[in-house]
Write a protein that binds this ligand. Sequence first.
Ligand code: NAP
Length: 268
Amino acid sequence: MKLGIFRRPVGKSKSPVLFKALGKMIGRKINYVAVGVKKGGFEGAVEIALKKGWRGANVTIPFKLEAANYATRLTDAARVIGAVNVLRFDDHEVVGHNTDGDGLRDSLKRAGVRMSGKRVLVFGAGGAARAAGWALAKSGARTVHFTNRTAATAKICARELAPSFPKTRFSAGAPKNADIWINATPLGQTGNPDKSPADSKLRAPETAVDLVYGKQTAFQKHGERLGAFVMDGTAMLVFQALRGWEFWDKPLAGRRAALAERLIEEIS
Ligand code: NAP
């Protein structure tokens, strides 16, 4: 199956390594390439992929919104989250989907983190923050607060997600007491400042989840100092990739968790 990822020309992607390993594990030929796309070049890159017979593609920053506009149909998850990280090229349509939210839920379940009834504080208000809010609300979180460098965007996130989850209270701001913190900013990622987005006045959460992966960031150290259970974004990355594969191919059903363990080991 021909697949790939559209990303900014800079930086490295773990996805080609992940899908190569997955192909070996499930005995399928997966031809997955990373394509660096310049500003304004997204549509052209997709057209080339279509001509080459790709089945679909992953999409990363900064193309998740462009991908949502490009798709001729959106799944419910992509529509509510408002960002697309997976495109599937069917015969008569391009379907946009979002697997970041389910990837995060899978990774929290794997770690034994209870989400139902919890008060969640999400740092950031971009695509990953919205996916995190969606995921936690879907799992029964009591409240989801967004706090962001640009405060207005946090309010928009809360306002737009709220109608889909009547049992969860959404708002903007950073309450002192939260059970789960989620860093959905790129702080700590290569090329960005490494500082915790969480104010030192906030009380200790039970769990601090960093969507940044592959390194110990200031956010993770902050969580550890407070005695929280801390996890990075490696497992989420693997689960969102597996769910992407299932969207292009067919459900892995009972095999997903075992494959995830092997893939997490492969890229750690
Ligand atoms: P995005 O749409 O560009 O949003 C970035 C968010 O972070 C925005 O709210 C932005 O605030 C904020 N931000 C950016 N730079 C900041 C800074 N220097 N200080 C404080 N806030 C800052 O990006 P995204 O797609 O949501 O991704 C966010 C992070 O999650 C990235 O590190 C990405 O790699 C990671 N991620 C990981 C996974 C995984 O599987 N582990 C999946 C998806 C994303 P403004 O609104 O003020 O610009």
